[in-house]
Design a protein around this ligand. Structure first.
Ligand SMILES: [Zn+2]
Length: 185
């Protein structure tokens, strides 16, 4: 995939005075709608794991809210442009895009800035589907994408107690934080 050239200048040389640790925060929300042909929902994918559900995210890309939040946390930690700036939803190349490509570009930028991930902690909030049976697969997939052992990747699932759009099953929300450490000199 070619990233947006305007938001994609050559990587700057790592700052020799850069701090030993950086923290990044990511957040994402997608509306959940009935799947085609009844509605505009895409197949439900979370943490790159496909989950059977009668609703799915409305999105330009594949709508993987967990990967989007993690991507923004990585980009945020190195003060890079965010996912919406790097991969604008007006660009037809990103239609139904596999979000693992967004995350891979963020991982590449983190390395170019002279850092590597230490750990990730994410909270997924959705009423349905139940995430418990899928957490191990999501954790394994995220660990592989980040180049981390699974013990440094945590995914927590919560409901929204039937309150508001998330609690009514009409949206999914993800919060996460990631820690980076300086690599090399
Ligand atoms: Zn998103």
């Amino acid at each position: 995939m070619t990233a947006n050239p305007i938001a994609n200048p050559p990587d700057p040389a790592p700052d020799p005075g850069r701090p030993a640790l950086l923290v990044g925060h990511g957040y994402d929300l997608h509306r959940l709608e009935p799947l085609a042909p009844e509605g505009p929902g895409r197949p439900f994918v979370l943490g790159s794991v496909r989950i059977d559900h009668d609703r799915g995210p409305v999105a330009h890309s594949d709508g993987d809210a967990l990967l989007h939040a993690v991507t923004d946390a990585l980009l945020g930690a190195i003060a890079a442009p965010d996912i919406g700036q790097l991969f604008p939803d007006t660009d037809p190349r990103h239609d139904a895009q596999d979000s693992r490509e967004f995350l891979s570009e963020a991982v590449r930028r983190v390395a170019a800035a002279g850092y590597r991930p230490v750990n990730l902690d994410a909270t997924v909030i959705c009423e349905r589907p139940k995430l418990g049976p899928h957490k191990a697969a999501m954790r394994a997939a995220l660990a592989a994408l980040l180049g981390l052992p699974e013990a440094r990747v945590n995914i927590k699932g919560k409901t929204h107690e039937r309150v508001d759009a998330v609690g009514e099953g009409r949206a999914i929300e993800v919060h996460c934080v990631v820690l980076l450490e300086r690599s090399g000199s």
